[in-house]
Design a protein around this ligand. Structure first.
Ligand code: ADP
Length: 188
């Protein structure tokens, strides 16, 4: 099972990604989490990435390649995966495809969690109050959604053309959405 998660900040792709990974017994690889680990460890990469993350901007592509490619040089790279947060731009999608092709691990499905703009804002404001994540303040939230719409939404057409895009209605309870995802994946 090789799945890619797409969805706006607050669409629940992290939560759902973990559940998919558990069900199919594959690693959940989240670029957001990998980046936050770098920030926490105070690495050079983390210090540079933090400036962009705190503003709600994307981290420059080259830094993302460094942390993602790092996952593949393990003695035994994962055969399956749930990739969460990468690719997020068209250049990243092209690189992801090149690498996956070389390594014989191209995606089976791209799951896009669909959610209306208003519901998204409501969820994110709620999350910002609870988590204390520095990038969850309200102005940056709005900015992150703009960045998603500008940089990441074009990926939907890219994957639709390749016939691997699966759209999921992500409004509803967490379990309900999980069930929709499992049903869709079982049909593949
Ligand atoms: P969310 O999906 O809620 O934005 P993530 O944990 O996926 O949260 O990502 C947090 C931040 O990490 C993003 O706002 C961005 O700055 C950075 N980031 C994660 N993945 C990428 C990526 N593929 N390219 C550029 N920046 C990224």
């Amino acid at each position: 099972m090789r799945v890619l998660m797409l969805g706006a900040p607050g669409s629940g792709k992290g939560t759902q990604g973990v559940r998919i990974a558990e069900r199919y017994n594959v690693p959940h690889i989240s670029t957001g989490e990998l980046l936050r680990a770098h920030v926490k460890d105070g690495t050079k990469l983390g210090r540079v990435a933090k400036v962009h993350m705190d503003r709600g901007d994307l981290v420059p592509d080259v830094l993302i390649y460094a942390i993602i490619l790092d996952q593949l040089i393990e003695p035994e790279p994962p055969r399956g995966y749930v990739l969460d947060g990468f690719p997020r731009t068209l250049p990243q999608a092209q690189i992801a495809y090149e690498v996956a092709k070389e390594m014989d691990m191209t995606f089976d499905a791209v799951l896009c969690l669909d959610i209306p703009h208003d519901e998204l804002m409501r969820r994110l404001e709620e999350r910002g109050r609870g988590s204390g994540r520095a990038d969850d303040q309200e102005a940056t939230i709005r900015h992150r959604i703009e960045v998603y719409e500008e940089k990441t939404l074009p990926l939907l057409d890219y994957y639709k053309e390749r016939g691997i895009l699966v759209r999921i209605d992500a409004v509803g309870g967490v379990d309900e959405v999980t069930q929709r995802i499992f049903d869709a994946l079982d049909r593949l």
